[in-house]
Design a protein around this ligand. Structure first.
Ligand code: SF4
Length: 428
């Protein structure tokens, strides 16, 4: 890969044997991704085909929408559907017809599968084809699964973007495609840095509107913005595009290496790279140094949740002075996180999947200074005197690139500062 050889760890986690666990898991399902995707894709609608539980999850995760009509909803499968007594396809067609006639602003409709729709084997791929024929050319209907049976919560975005790839227009142009749904302000920073180096044209997936969908073809090179986009990357490669491998753009080092890999691909010289990145790099280094004061010398344990664990462990160990005890990730796709593993010195346990009771035993034995885990595990661990960080916050908060590097370190140091204050108060 394109990076200076001297930054690689002498013995890295790339070759550490992976502890694979396939027991009970504690994660949110892929429907969660709708919360950030519907904000990003302004003419899309996400119709979950699911149960009242799915509707409750979406409502509570998204909060109550007051000022705008939401761009997501749930077609509830009733008892009669689940028992096979009603034709769920007919009802779905009716619901979609009603929705589209009421909302002419919708140009892309995603039918999102759930645990119940998978259990009754409702064929949403066929439904999407049928409905596309019915509502073309005004609306394109696609489908993906957000079911919690097999997926973790960030895989919802991966499944959504992967479903779009086969219908992207073809192109022979040499273009850079940035893949992943980041907040607009963060995406703009990336595009601006790359643009200043003379790199372009730059396209993004997902595009804000379906009419701006990027083309893809043999001259497309793409860089993933998130480490959970394995299926999307594979779908783009099937369309002939080529991935630029790099560590993910978290922290000063990750951002620099990610930009460097793209700059190398586009033949940007060192002087230009330096001129564009020197000032934001220096700012990021200062911000991280300030925010990581409470992190230095502390231990961290990652339970598998967001799929961001390996790149974040790289950031915390190399830029914030922490020591990782275990780095758990729901799935380890070395094609994506290999460059981050290269940079983490061997030592921590690398685990994939979960057997939650066994992993909790390891947490209790290690008593790390900080445990990064899902919401459901955080409160019980706090009650046992352990300090935790909710992994889901890392997905909902802008954390990529130079200008957010200090905030990223701050997200991890806040719970440690809070715990230290509580101890002080208790001692007084
Ligand atoms: S998709 Fe499954 S895990 Fe997610 S809310 Fe619906 S029933 Fe629950």
């Amino acid at each position: 890969m394109n990076q200076p050889a001297n930054v690689l760890a002498a013995t890295s986690c790339r070759d550490t044997p992976i502890l694979k666990e396939r027991g009970q898991r504690e994660v949110f399902c892929g429907l969660t991704g709708i919360i950030w995707l519907h904000r990003k894709m302004q003419d899309a609608f996400f119709l979950v085909v699911g149960s009242r539980t799915c509707a409750h999850l979406l409502q509570s995760a998204a909060g109550v929408m007051i000022f705008a009509e939401p761009r997501f909803g749930t077609a509830i499968l009733e008892e009669t559907d689940l028992a096979g007594l009603a034709d769920a396809n007919e009802e779905l067609d009716r619901e979609v017809g009603r929705l589209l006639s009421r909302r002419p602003d919708i140009k892309q409709l995603f039918l999102v599968g759930s645990c119940p729709s998978e259990v009754i084997k409702l064929d949403l791929a066929r439904a999407a084809q049928r409905l596309t024929k019915l509502h073309a050319p005004h609306v394109r209907v696609l489908n993906y699964s957000g079911s919690g049976i097999e997926t973790t919560f960030t895989q919802g975005e991966d499944a959504c973007l992967a479903s779009m790839v086969p219908v992207l227009p073809g192109t022979e142009d040499r273009e850079l495609l940035l893949v992943g749904a980041l907040p607009d302000v963060v995406e703009d920073q990336a595009v601006s840095l790359l643009g200043k180096m003379g790199i372009g044209p730059i396209r993004v997936l997902p595009a804000p509107r379906s009419a701006q969908a990027p083309g893809v073809g043999p001259n497309t090179v793409f860089a993933c913005l998130q480490p959970f986009l394995g299926d999307t990357a594979a779908a783009l490669e099937r369309r002939g595009a080529r991935m630029i491998e790099a560590p993910f753009p978290f922290g000063e080092e990750g951002t620099t290496l990610w930009l460097r890999a793209i700059a190398n691909e586009f033949g940007v010289d060192d002087a230009t790279f330096e001129a564009v990145t020197a000032a934001p790099r220096a700012r990021a280094r200062t911000a991280i140094a300030n925010a990581s004061e409470h992190l230095r010398g502390k231990t961290v344990f990652f339970m598998p949740d967001s799929q961001l664990e390996i790149p974040l462990a790289r950031f915390l160990t190399r830029e914030c002075g922490m020591e990782a005890i275990e780095i758990g990730q729901p799935f380890i796709h070395k094609g994506l996180v290999g460059p981050d593993l290269d940079l983490i010195p061997a030592g921590p346990t690398i685990s994939e999947g979960q057997d939650v009771d066994r992993q909790l035993d390891r947490v209790r034995a290690a008593r790390p200074d900080l445990t990064v885990c899902g919401l459901g595990l955080a409160n019980p661990l706090e009650a046992e005197g352990l300090t935790t960080k909710w992994a889901i916050e890392l997905v909902f908060t802008p954390v990529h690139f130079y200008d957010q590097a200090g905030d990223l370190a701050g997200l991890f140091s806040r719970p440690l500062r809070r715990r230290a204050l509580l101890k002080l108060e208790a001692a007084e």
